[in-house]
Write a protein that binds this ligand. Structure first.
Ligand SMILES: *Cc1c(COP(=O)(O)O)cnc(C)c1O
Length: 458
């Protein structure tokens, strides 16, 4: 018999979670203005809002916390982290930041100015937010396959080289300070980018003399997919794949809350001293001195340890295997999901799921609310609310696909929780034809509105 899947860790400490009734949840979500970000954690049973900062740290990470060095300058924790980053990514220079968007803020302050064009593969919302805040424009050059949920493509996060070259040709080099490749591509469904594509992007960027930075929050999951799916990588180690991936970049921003399995933290990695020096000025201004930049010594220690644990094959197999376990249950029930399954989350195609809810009534948000009411499972809308309004016309931007994202925290839930989640969503699926109306906005912020938006039932 082929041995079945089993987690590559065991549980040492647990946290109680609370069940609730449908009636309670109907009241709570109404009080929350139908925004799942407004729910209190005790009102949620299985929390799949995000995999960001929600992972379970290991015994070794907790021990590393005890050994944190809180010296303002020159702390040993800083040097532990510097060594780990160099060892795993190959980047010589780095700046710590308090999370991923802080890394974007510091790096973009050094590189991006008004009127600039930043091509890449479906930049993440905070990335786009930081680009647009500087009155620059993010251009999405993801391959078209990313927008076809049922189409099987091993690397749906890939950059379309023709689209990219069109942008590089159209604007002068001075207008394009960098290309940002997001690995894995969160907005496209946690979809990986192939090694070949990274190599080709770098080649093209070199031709036009433009630096390439990776938004590398899930670089380890990306490496796992390369090992499993890309020809020639089956016998290479995850760590060597990671080194090769980063060899095609001039630097990286990192939300350590993802693949480095810490609850808070981030950094920027640089290949070139000049880039590091340019960014340092803003790092000190916004985040803190070079050797801590927004992080405690203990947290840098836990992060250094997390970088090693997050890049182990057995861990990645467990993690991505659990995501696929949930995905397969949904797929088997006929629920339309992004396929192949992504690394950190299952993305449900809400427009196909709820065909009678008008697109102007926030279809993916409607599905997220229904799932919460059904089982106390909290997912998140990756759709029109997240896409914000066009900065010029102020009209809603309707993305091609409206996703409900079910993000799986690292090392937190068991497969029973996945079974529970699948059952709740299947129940909603069975009554999908009765769901015909969604929501309207009563209050919203000009940028990143989905965090604070207030809605009313139609
Ligand atoms: C989470 C994330 C960010 C932002 O990081 P924070 O730590 O949440 O600030 C940037 N890019 C990607 C791809 C992410 O997933």
């Amino acid at each position: 018999m082929k041995l079945p899947f089993a987690e590559s860790y065991k549980i040492k400490s647990v946290e109680t979670i609370k069940k609730s009734t449908v009636e309670e949840r109907k009241n709570w979500i109404k009080e929350a203005k139908y925004n799942l970000f407004n729910l209190k954690s005790h009102q949620v049973f299985v929390d799949l809002l995000t995999d960001s900062g929600t992972g379970a740290m290991s015994d070794k990470q907790w021990s590393a916390i005890m050994e944190g060095d809180e010296s303002y300058a020159g702390a040993s924790s800083y040097f532990h982290l510097k060594d780990a980053i160099k060892d795993i990514t190959g980047f010589e220079y780095f700046l710590p930041t308090h999370q991923g968007r802080a890394a974007e803020n510091v790096l973009f302050s050094a590189l991006i100015k008004e009127g600039d064009i930043i091509p890449g593969n479906a930049q993440f919302d905070t990335t786009k937010g930081h680009i647009e805040y500087r009155k620059a424009t993010a251009v999405d050059c993801t391959i078209d396959e990313a927008n076809h949920p049922s189409l099987n493509h091993p690397f749906k996060g890939n950059v379309d080289l023709e689209k990219l070259e069109t942008v590089l040709k159209k604007y002068p080099k001075e207008k394009i300070p960098l290309i940002i490749v997001t690995i894995t591509c969160n907005s496209a469904g946690g979809q990986p980018v192939s090694m070949e594509n990274m190599k080709d992007v770098k080649k093209l960027a070199d031709k036009y003399d433009i630096p390439v930075f990776y938004d590398a929050a899930r670089f380890a999951e990306n490496a796992y997919f390369i090992k499993i799916r890309e020809k020639g990588y089956q016998n290479k180690s995850i760590r060597s794949i990671i080194k090769e991936m980063f060899s095609f970049a001039d630097g990286m921003t990192m939300s350590s809350k993802k693949d480095a399995i810490v609850n808070m933290g981030g950094f920027i990695g640089f290949r070139h001293r000049e880039d590091f020096e340019k960014a340092t000025e803003f790092g000190i201004l916004f985040e803190g001195f070079i050797t801590y930049g927004g992080m405690s010594g203990r947290d840098m220690n836990a992060l250094a340890q997390g970088l090693y644990e997050g890049t182990e094959f057995d861990y990645l197999e467990t993690r991505i295997g659990q995501v696929a376990y949930l995905g397969q249950k949904l797929k088997d029930a006929g629920i339309p999901v992004q396929y192949p399954f992504g690394g950190h989350a299952i993305f449900v195609d809400a427009k196909s799921f709820l065909p009678y809810v008008p697109i102007e009534q926030y279809v993916a948000q409607t599905l997220a609310v229904e799932l919460y009411i059904e089982g106390g499972v909290r997912g998140v809308e990756i759709g029109t609310l997240l896409a914000d309004r066009d900065p010029v016309t102020r009209k809603n931007r309707y993305p091609e696909v409206e996703w409900l994202r079910l993000a799986i925290p690292r090392r937190v839930y068991t497969n029973n929780h996945m079974n529970f989640t699948a059952a709740a969503l299947i129940n909603v699926f069975e009554r999908r034809n009765e769901i015909t109306t969604g929501f309207k906005i009563v209050k919203e912020a000009p940028l990143l509105r989905h965090f604070t938006v207030e809605l009313e039932k139609i």
